[in-house]
Ligand binder design. Structure first.
Ligand code: AHG
Ligand code: MN
Ligand code: MN
Length: 334
């Protein structure tokens, strides 16, 4: 029987990848693991306790906030504030970033952006949801974090990852040296390395678009959605449609099986729906590290200079050749 490697063992073994590492990043990643276990427990009993359903508030994007969104947000904020490695956070659930003023955090060297609960419309129906996070080294030199610490390009990410609360719970992360996935063993309460060095297949047959928005897609995307339905055994078409409406779950599946995920500009969301800082950049980092492509259709997501915390961008990511085909259609038909 091969030895089980836990997330903490793995993180600490990999610390040597960073020659000047002082252990703070390792500690921060461990903190995220612990907070996600607490959230996992709460999600598992979502149908049982009076925590399910709308909280009665709307967040900065005008979306109805679910109780678990707030719960997960608070868990992560507490973990980061108490951990001492982070000088400020920004999350989907807070209009502005949150500087940490407490003694232990004030001069810490990292900031974190996160989507505490992704796919929250799926909570009520027992379908996979996720958490997404991104870690940056601060730019400002002292005190609690500042806005400029957050408005960094995705290429500056030190680490990023997601947790998927699915049929099993997994934590997947990268520090820019490949992607590794850990499955939570509920028996021992530990994340165990289950998907070492994850690689996205270059090709696949799964496409993940919300085709309900077809009429508002650009010409190129409409052409692609028509093309995948044509019968052509030599290219494996027709492809299969797979769309969960939790980007974490959609992208996770496509990373493993091969596929393309797209949330483009639509008439309802002219800049796309997904947020650059805590949805698109971290997922793009993972996808690229797994050998895939992450673009808006016109530029590499990680090279966009952010201007605001909750900025939205179109997202097209996944298997290299599949994204390539979509780009070809965009080039030809707009
Ligand atoms: P969140 O729950 O954090 O607001 O994110 C939901 C996002 C994303 O995960 C998903 O891909 C997309 O919204 C689905 O949107 P549609 O229902 O418009 O397809
Ligand atoms: Mn989300
Ligand atoms: Mn969310």
């Amino acid at each position: 029987m091969s030895k089980v490697v836990t997330l903490n063992e793995f993180i600490h073994d990999r610390q040597a990848d960073f020659p000047f590492a002082t252990g703070e990043l390792s500690q921060l990643l461990s903190d995220i693991g612990v907070a996600s276990k607490v959230i996992n427990k709460e999600i598992n009993k979502a149908g049982l306790v009076d925590i399910l359903g709308a909280f009665g508030n709307t967040n900065v994007q005008g979306e109805e906030q679910q109780k678990l969104d707030v719960y997960a947000d608070n868990q992560f904020i507490d973990a980061f504030r108490n951990g001492g490695e982070v000088c400020a956070i920004a999350s989907e659930e807070n209009d502005d970033y949150l500087p940490f003023d407490n003694e232990g955090s004030r001069d810490a060297k990292y900031v974190v952006t996160f989507d505490p609960l992704d796919g929250s419309s799926n909570i009520d129906v027992n379908v996979s949801v996720g958490t997404i996070f991104s870690i940056y080294r601060r730019i400002s030199t002292e005190g609690s974090g500042k806005i400029e610490d957050f408005l960094q390009k995705g290429t500056e990410q030190i680490a990023a990852g997601y947790v998927i609360y699915g049929s099993s719970t997994m934590l997947v992360y990268t520090t820019g040296k490949g992607v590794n996935g850990f499955t939570l063993d509920p028996g021992i309460g530990e994340y165990c390395l289950s998907h070492p060095d994850m690689k996205a297949p270059d090709d696949g047959r799964l496409y993940s678009f919300n085709e309900g928005n077809y009429n508002t897609f650009s010409g190129g995307l409409q052409k692609y959605c028509d093309w995948v339905k044509e019968e052509d055994p030599s290219t494996g078409r027709p492809y299969s449609a797979r769309y969960i409406a939790s980007m974490v779950a959609d992208i996770h599946r496509n990373l493993i099986k091969g596929g393309v995920f797209c949330y483009p500009a639509t008439s309802g969301s002219p800049d796309g729906k997904l947020r650059l800082l805590y949805e698109c950049n971290p997922m793009a980092f993972i996808v690229e590290q797994a050998g895939g492509i992450a673009t808006t259709g016109y530029e590499r997501i990680m090279e966009i200079q952010p201007t605001t915390l909750h900025q939205r961008v179109p997202a097209l990511m996944g298997s290299k050749n599949m994204v390539g085909k979509v780009l070809e259609m965009i080039e030809k038909y707009g």
